[in-house]
Structure formats: C-alpha cells, structure tokens
Write a protein that binds this ligand. Structure first.
Ligand code: AMP
Ligand code: ZN
Length: 475
C-alpha cells in the first residue's frame, strides 16, 4: 500500500484513488520563455516517478501537464499575479521574435529534455493559449458565484469571500495581513491579497483576447484550474509541482476551482523541494542555472542526472554539485556492471540459487514509503554487492529472474535508462566446447579437458576450474 505525503494535511497518507484502479494527475508544467533547467526537471521527475510507481501498482494513470505560454508575469510570486511584464512577451522583445515563436521553440526544447531524461508518462500537454475560452467561462462562473469582481476591465478573485483560503499553505488572510505590505497593490484591487483572474491589456501588449471585461489576458493561476477541470474533472487524485507553487499558485487554484464546483479540487498535493546549485537558488532571471544539455556537454549522460535526483528524496532539498553527479554516475555503473556480469556468467551444474526475496520486499517497501528512492537505490546496490560476491565463486542458477527484477526496478520503475552494450551472447560453439569439457573432467579425461581449454582460449574465453566447477569468462 502506497503512503504519500500530502501537503494539504502535512502528513503521510495512505493513497486511495477516487475511481478504483484509475488515477488522475495534474502537473504544473513549464513556462516556455526559456530553456527548462535541472530544477524544473527535478519536479517533473517526481511526477514521472509517481506515475511509474502507480502504474507498477496496477493503476491506470491519466496525467496532464500544461504548457504555460501566456499570463505568467515576472513578479507573480510576491504580487499575486498582477505585476510585472508577461514573461513570454519580455523574452519575445529581447529576442526580436513573436511570443508564439518563443513559445514553440522553448516548448520543443523542454520536450526534448524530458524525453532525454526518460520522462515518458505524461498523457497530454495542453497549451494555455489554446484554452483561453475555457478560462473566460470559468471566470464568468466565479463572478456569478460572487467570488470575483471586475473593475476597469480587470477581474480579481476576492480572497476574503473564500473562507477556506489558506487551507494548503497556511497563508490565511489573517496570517498574510500580519506579514509585511511590501508592495503597492494594483489600484483596482479591493484587498492587496486578491489575485488577478483577467487583466486588461496595455496598449501595445501583444497577446490579448476578447472577453466580457476587456481586450486582455488571463492570470496565470486560472490556467491550471481551467485545464485541470476540463481534462480531469472536478476532483482529481493528485496535483504536483515544486514547493514554490504552494503559494500563491496552488492556493489560488484551490480557491478558484472549489468556488466554481463546490467540490474538493485535489485529494493529494505532492510538492518537490527545490534543487539548489552549489548551495544557491537557481534563477532563470539571474541566468545561474544549468540545463540538461550543459550537463551532457560536460560528459555525463542524462541517466546519470536521473540517478542523482533519485539518490535524494523528493521532499528533501537537493544540492547539485558535479562531485555528487560523479558519484551518481559511479553508482549507476556499478548496477550496470553487475547486470553485465550476470548476463555473461554461464551456468554450470554447481550453480547456486541466490535468494533475493528480502531485497525485492525492501525495494517495494521503500517505494511505498512516500517514494523513498534513496532507500530503494541502496537496496539495489546491496543486492549488486551480493551478486558480485556470489559470482566470484559460483554461477547463479536463477540469474534470469534476478536480471528481470533489476531491469524492471532500474529501468521501468526508476526510469534510469541503461545500456548494457558490452554484453555478447556466448556463441553456441563455445557453449558446446564448455559443456564437453565439463563431461571430460567428470570422466577424468584431463588430456581432453586441456585440449578443450586451449580451444576455448583460441575462441576468446578463459575457463577456470574452481572447487564448485568450471567458470567461463571472456578474455
Ligand atoms: P516554472 O517554469 O518556473 O513555472 O517552473 C515549472 C515547475 O518547476 C514548477 O512546478 C516549479 O515549482 C518547478 N521548479 C522551478 N524551479 C525549481 C527548482 N529549483 N527545484 C525544483 N523545482 C523547481
Ligand atoms: Zn499550475
């Protein structure tokens, strides 16, 4: 039974889906005004991992991740989504392109990075600009239900009206008002903590749509609510994002959605803690961030980075350094080498059976315990040590079964792509001689057995006689 930490209750809860055997999941996707960085990827990997594990547990997962190509303003975090420039437009001006060109380019780049790091579980990625009419309809309902007001062509959500505001982040109006009032709120707002659902476009604003209130554009928060309701229904099982999304973005999503449907918006809120680089926060605006291609240019594989992500728990802060990436690469290679050894080992009559039920159980228990991937990986590494020690003396009779478990756990569940290139299937001719030699030794025909050893050597294989039988290795 999976237990997962829910930000809504601040506890680990047993996972129960709304519909038996099915899971609906929404992930806040990239704002496509720049390359996605390794911090973004960390959050997306959590969603991918959760999806893979739920699938392994037998669920059918429907997973939506949006593309934010409008409405994400430069100062939204502090200013409740109504200040600063639209990130897309700012970048379009800088690169002398249209916002659409910018969005297309960075959306493709984001998808390429996700593909390279084996994020394969998203069912559909809707674009915000293609869903503005859904957002307008939703805003109309919010106004109709008495939770938003219009002034001078701008529409704001009236936080005061939503009694449950703060349910996710703890930022109730009371708590917020005790805090500082650092900024000058939008002049059309009743309360500084109200947030924008629709903003009237300034004169030369490029991205704008007709609406009942003004020629304008939607706020960032409304995008996710509208697309989640549209594609997954009123109540969904899981919503994921990075920890910075908790407030104001996810708090706003809950308020907007629940005042329209009257139903609970999300059952489990899963948040990934931030990835820092050399102890510092990465920031796209400051430009101190790494992309996946920066990592690859330095000689690492995307799967090394994936291994590194999984070596820390998604709910702990992760500090990226190249020395930790090198360690992750080594751990991955240890697992790959064990797989190679297992594949290349040849069974003989005195092969031993390696019992590994405990490892299997420990792996499952670790994953069921709030996706404890550091523990799950340490289980695989311990199993690898046990396999190697065994292979030093014997061959393993149930190697196929172990290989199946390792491949499933590493590639399917953890999503770490590995290439087991150096494995060459032992040719039948070699196997025949190997078996013939075994019989010759049993018959104590040492002359023949020496001759066969020589034949094997000429074919590129060394045969050793050990107390438990002969062992074959490639030269
Ligand atoms: P953005 O494109 O900035 O909206 O971010 C897309 C997703 O990546 C959001 O869920 C963010 O919370 C997440 N994210 C951004 N920076 C980081 C980081 N340094 N570590 C982990 N997740 C992040
Ligand atoms: Zn979102």
């Amino acid at each position: 039974m999976l237990k997962i930490y829910n930000t809504l209750s601040n506890t680990k809860e047993e996972f129960k889906s709304i519909n038996s055997g099915k899971v609906s999941m929404y992930t806040c996707g990239p704002t496509v005004y720049d390359y996605i960085h390794i911090g973004n990827l960390r959050s997306y990997i959590t969603a991918d991992l959760l999806n893979r594990w739920l699938t392994r547990l037998g669920y059918e997962v429907r997973s939506i991740k949006n593309i934010t190509d409008v409405g994400h303003l430069t100062n939204d975090d502090l200013f409740q989504g109504d200040s600063g420039e639209d990130k897309m437009i700012k970048k379009a001006k800088k690169e002398k392109k249209t916002p659409l060109e910018i969005a297309k380019f960075y959306e493709n780049a984001a998808k390429e990075s996700e593909d390279a790091i084996n994020i394969k579980t998203v069912s559909f990625m809707p674009r915000a600009t293609e869903h503005v009419s859904y957002m307008i309809k939703m805003i109309e309902k919010i106004i109709l239900n008495g939770f938003a007001y219009e002034k001078n062509g701008n529409v704001f959500f009236e936080v005061d009206k939503m009694k449950s505001y703060g349910v996710l982040s703890g930022n109730t109006l009371e708590n917020l008002d005790i805090g500082s009032r650092l900024h000058i709120p939008h002049p059309d707002k009743k309360n500084q903590w109200d947030f924008a659902l629709w903003l009237k476009a300034p004169k030369n604003h490029i991205m704008k749509w007709n609406s009942p209130w003004s020629l304008g554009y939607p706020g960032w928060h409304i995008e996710c609510s509208a697309m989640s309701l549209e594609y997954l229904g009123n109540t969904i099982d899981i919503h994921t994002g990075g920890e910075d999304n908790i407030f104001p973005h996810h708090e706003a999503e809950i308020a907007q959605s629940e005042c329209v449907t009257g139903e609970k918006f999300v059952n489990y809120w899963i948040h990934t803690r931030f990835l820092l680089v050399n102890g510092k926060k990465m920031s796209k605006s400051k430009g101190n961030f790494y992309t996946l291609s920066d990592i690859i240019k330095k000689g690492y594989a995307a799967s090394d980075l994936r291994m590194l992500y999984l070596m820390s728990h998604y709910r702990s802060q992760m500090n990226f350094t190249f020395s930790s990436l090198t360690q992750a690469k080594k751990n991955k290679e240890r697992l790959v080498n064990t797989i190679i050894r297992l594949k290349e080992s040849v069974s003989n009559e005195v092969a031993v059976k390696l019992t590994f039920d405990k490892f299997k159980n420990d792996f499952v228990n670790a994953m069921n315990d709030d996706l404890n991937t550091p523990k799950a990986i340490s289980v695989l590494l311990k199993l690898s040590t046990k396999i190697n020690k065994t292979l030093d003396k014997y061959t393993i009779s149930n190697s196929e079964e172990i290989l199946c478990f390792l491949n499933n756990s590493i590639q399917k569940v953890l999503g770490i792509k590995i290439e087991v290139k150096s494995v060459i299937k032992i040719p039948e001719k070699v196997m025949k001689i190997f078996k013939k030699r075994q019989i010759s030794r049993e018959n104590k025909d040492f002359q023949l057995s020496d001759k066969l050893r020589y034949e094997l050597k000429n074919l590129g294989y060394i045969v050793k006689d050990t107390p438990t039988g002969q062992k074959l290795t490639r030269i």
